[in-house]
Ligand binder design. Structure first.
Ligand SMILES: Nc1ncnc2c1ncn2[C@@H]1O[C@H](COP(=O)(O)OP(=O)(O)OP(=O)(O)O)[C@@H](O)[C@H]1O
Ligand SMILES: Nc1nc2c(ncn2[C@@H]2O[C@H](COP(=O)(O)O)[C@@H](O)[C@H]2O)c(=O)[nH]1
Length: 185
C-alpha cells in the first residue's frame, strides 16, 4: 500500500505521518525540493535538498515520478525511489499536495489511499503564531488554505487534527485496516 498524506498546510500532516508510520514500520518516500532546509530539517529524512539547476536537469532526464511547483519552489519524488518500494512489495508513505496525491492515486489505484489531515483556518493561524512564525509566513499559509481544504471531498479518509493522540489513534487504525491481507469472496 502507498499511504498518501495530504491536507491543509500547517495542520500536522508531517507530525501525524511520521509518528504513525514509525509505529507501523512504514518507510517514507522522501521528496526532493529546491527550497532551503528549515531549522531541524534533516537531509534525506525530511527532504533531499537540491539546487534548482539540478532539479531541472534531473526532470529533463525523466527521473521524476511527479513534480509540483509551489510558490516558485520545486518539489518531486523520483521514479527510482517509488520503484524501489514497488520492487520490494513494501508499503510506504509520502506527504504531498493535491496534484501529487492525484498523480500517485492515478498510478496506483486501489493500492494507494489518501489520508487528508486538516484543521480549521483559525487553528492553523493559532498554531503558526504559537510556533513564532512571521506575519509573512502566516499570510502565505492563509492564502493556500481554501484551495487546499476543498480537496478533502476526493480523499478516502479525512481527519480533523484537533487532539493529536486521538488523530494518531484513528489514522493508525485506518492504516492497519488497509494493511490487512485482502480476502477474495
Ligand atoms: N493536534 C495538534 N495540536 C496542536 N499542535 C499540533 C497538532 N498536530 C501538530 N501540531 C503542531 O503543528 C505544527 C505543524 O505540524 P506539521 O509540521 O506536522 O504540519 P504540516 O501540515 O506538515 O505543516 P507544514 O505545511 O508547515 O509543513 C507543528 O508545530 C506541530 O507540532
Ligand atoms: N506534489 C508534491 N508536493 C509535495 C512534494 N513534497 C512536498 N510537497 C508539498 O509541498 C507543500 C509545501 O511543503 P513544505 O515542506 O515546503 O512546507 C506541502 O503541501 C507538501 O505536502 C512532492 O514531492 N510532490
Amino acid at each position: 500500500m502507498i499511504f498518501i498524506f495530504t491536507g491543509t498546510s500547517g495542520s500536522g500532516r508531517k507530525t501525524v505521518a511520521r509518528k504513525v508510520c514509525e509505529q507501523l514500520g512504514i518507510k517514507k518516500i522522501v521528496s526532493y525540493t529546491t527550497r532551503e532546509p528549515r531549522s531541524k530539517e534533516v537531509e534525506g529524512t525530511d527532504y533531499y535538498f537540491i539546487s534548482r539547476a539540478k532539479f531541472i536537469a534531473d526532470d529533463l532526464k525523466g527521473e521524476f515520478f511527479q513534480t509540483a511547483e509551489i510558490d516558485h519552489i520545486f518539489y518531486g519524488t523520483k521514479k527510482v525511489n517509488v520503484q524501489a518500494i514497488v520492487d520490494e512489495n513494501e508499503s510506504a508513505y509520502l506527504i504531498v499536495n493535491r496534484s501529487g496525491a492525484n498523480r500517485i492515486k492515478f498510478e496506483f489505484k486501489e493500492q494507494a489511499v489518501r489520508l487528508f489531515i486538516y484543521v480549521q483556518k483559525q487553528t492553523v493561524r493559532e498554531r503558526l503564531e504559537a510556533r513564532g512564525e512571521s506575519f509573512e509566513v502566516i499570510e502565505h499559509y492563509m492564502q493556500h488554505y481554501t484551495e487546499e481544504v476543498t480537496y478533502r471531498k476526493d480523499c478516502e479518509h479525512v481527519y480533523e487534527n484537533i487532539d493529536l493522540s486521538h488523530t494518531l489513534e484513528l489514522v493508525k487504525q485506518t492504516m492497519e485496516e488497509h494493511l490487512l491481507p485482502q480476502t477474495t469472496e
